[in-house]
Ligand binder design. Structure first.
Ligand code: PGA
Length: 241
């Protein structure tokens, strides 16, 4: 099975021209990827315009198919624009837009109905880790996000372990800490559905640590923010292939 490498561009770059330039450079430098599947998650607006050399994902969606929800975008609409994936519950959505596990659970269900693959982000903050509550916190996030899903639905989900304190901080989780949390998430899944999910790691992934999360910590892929916007992304793909 190939590693899943997801580029989370967040609210970058500021123009379609720059977005095309970033993507062109990745396409040019990576025309023979044998060990990785790449998913690019640009801002919504660029999705219809970018070439589909790689799979495309969105960074969020709403929990309904259509209707009076001003400013929102539905999973069905994303699928219609040839998206394959959607990132849900990113810590920035939880922090700035007050998204709860219950809302994320609804979004997961609606995304699956539209045949989008949800990449569901979970991860503890600095406080939970300091108080020794990281595992129970993440377990609870995972359980709540999975509530009411069938085994068949759960099988399709990708989980991203992203410790909040590691995101954009240049302070990534150690391979050992990350591996322990991967096993914890896997246990919740096994207990509930008797299957192992695909779990990827995110949080200050860079050229020097990317392969360690896969080879040493046992993750099945990476969710990359800052390093997905410049030449480091191609360098990471080169190392992994
Ligand atoms: P980062 O972001 O790689 O810049 O830490 C990861 C993310 O927010 O998904």
């Amino acid at each position: 099975m190939k590693y899943l490498i997801v580029a989370n561009w967040k609210m970058n770059p500021v123009s379609l021209k720059s977005a095309e330039r970033i993507l062109d450079s990745v396409v040019k430098k990576n025309n023979k990827l044998t060990k990785t599947d790449v998913v690019i998650c640009p801002p919504f607006l660029y999705i219809p315009f970018l070439k589909k050399d790689f799979k495309i994902g969105a960074q969020n969606c709403f929990s309904e198919k259509e209707g009076s929800f001003t400013g929102e975008i539905s999973p069905f609409q994303l699928r219609d624009m040839n998206c394959d994936y959607v990132i849900l519950g990113h810590s920035e959505r939880r922090k700035y837009f007050k998204e709860t596990d219950e809302l994320i659970n609804d979004k997961i269900k609606e995304s699956l109905k539209s045949k989008l693959i949800p990449i569901v982000c979970v991860g503890e903050g600095k406080e939970e880790r300091k108080r020794g509550k990281a595992f129970s916190f993440v377990e609870s996030q995972v359980s709540k996000c999975l509530a009411g899903l069938s085994k068949k639905e759960a099988k399709k989900i990708v989980f991203a372990y992203e410790p909040v304190w590691a995101i954009g901080s240049g302070n990534p989780a150690s391979f050992k800490d990350a591996e322990e949390m991967r096993i914890c998430i896997q246990k919740v899944f096994l207990k509930t559905f008797d299957i192992s999910p695909k779990i990827i790691y995110g949080g200050s992934v860079d050229v020097d640590n990317a392969s360690g999360y896969l080879e040493e910590a046992g993750f099945k892929g990476l969710l990359i923010g800052g390093a997905s916007l410049d030449k480091r992304f191609s360098e990471i793909l080169r190392i992994l292939n």
